[in-house]
Design a protein around this ligand. Structure first.
Ligand SMILES: NC(=O)c1ccc[n+]([C@@H]2O[C@H](COP(=O)([O-])OP(=O)(O)OC[C@H]3O[C@@H](n4cnc5c(N)ncnc54)[C@H](O)[C@@H]3O)[C@@H](O)[C@H]2O)c1
Length: 258
């Protein structure tokens, strides 16, 4: 479905070579925005650009590892120089590399998880707000997670990163409102990305248990996440700031009666 919610706007999506980021880049483009697609994986990012161009949208690729501040700054500079401004940004890159109980944690995996997921989001926000102040405002959306508001055993580095993103989003929501910049986060529940789709085939019983715990009985799609991110950056959401929006069929609203 095409709409004109982002007509005339330009911005970027990180980790847009797959899953939620790809669907988000497509959602922004379908809403009329020019989209800088960014990913560490050049081939995957270029494929997203092709998908957008096939829909008649305007898009380009810029390679960026979000855990490197210089690369993040270069991504934002390139977006501004190509499209003249930065109206929106979806900071979506995140990964879970440390698994198991904390006493056995591999500190290197812990560092890497935080560096990509939490620090990467921080580097993006820092350089994005500076670009947005110059063009009189903008809107940022971060990808948090249901694990940004609830604990999960055996993945503390990821959970801590996502809680950190929630804290960043709320705090920065208080800092730039007068300069016309809003910042929000989506908090996806389990989402049917390629990895989860593979897992659903390999472990159908566990997958069905996940489905059963979702109040709507349906797993979110990457498109559901992308549409929510796009809405939060659109002018329809102009009074929504500092919010963590669960996109999870009601999963974090409470426990279902068994
Ligand atoms: N899939 C889910 O169920 C789910 C649930 C909650 C939150 N999330 C969050 O959504 C975001 C996207 O997840 P997904 O499942 O769509 O991922 P995905 O695995 O489908 O895609 C991840 C993309 O990130 C890119 N990437 C990896 N490291 C990077 C880096 N350092 N810099 C830039 N790009 C990098 C990869 O190349 C890949 O294209 C993540 O922040 C994840 O934590 C996902």
């Amino acid at each position: 479905m095409m709409n004109n919610l982002m007509e005339g706007k330009a911005g970027l999506v990180t980790a847009a070579g797959s899953g939620i980021g790809r669907a988000s880049a497509i959602a922004f483009a379908k809403a009329g925005a020019k989209v800088m697609v960014s990913d560490i994986n050049e081939e995957a990012g270029n494929e997203t650009v092709r998908m957008i161009q096939d829909l008649g949208g305007v898009s380009a690729f810029f390679k960026c590892d979000v855990s490197d501040e210089e690369q993040v700054k270069a991504l934002i500079d390139e977006t501004v120089s190509k499209y003249g401004k930065l109206d929106f940004a979806h900071n979506n890159a995140g990964t879970s590399l440390q698994q198991g109980r904390i006493g056995d944690a591999d500190s290197e995996a812990w560092d890497k998880t935080l560096k990509i997921t939490l620090y990467g989001t921080f580097y993006c926000i820092k350089h994005e707000v500076n670009a947005m102040v110059k063009n009189g405002g903008g809107a940022i959306v971060n990808t948090a997670s249901g694990t940004g508001v609830e604990g999960v055993p055996n993945m503390a580095a990821y959970v801590a990163s996502k809680h950190g993103i929630v804290g960043l989003t709320k705090s920065i929501g208080l800092e730039y409102g007068k300069e016309g910049i809003r910042i929000n986060a989506i908090a996806p529940g389990s989402t049917l990305t390629p990895a989860i789709e593979n897992w659903s085939k390999m472990a159908p019983e566990q997958y069905n248990a996940v489905l059963k715990a979702i109040p709507t009985g349906e797993i979110a799609t990457p498109e559901d996440q992308g549409n929510a991110a796009m809405f939060l950056c659109s002018d329809l959401a102009k009074q929504i700031n500092g919010v963590i929006l669960p996109v999870d069929g009601g999963f974090v609203a409470g426990k279902l009666q068994q």
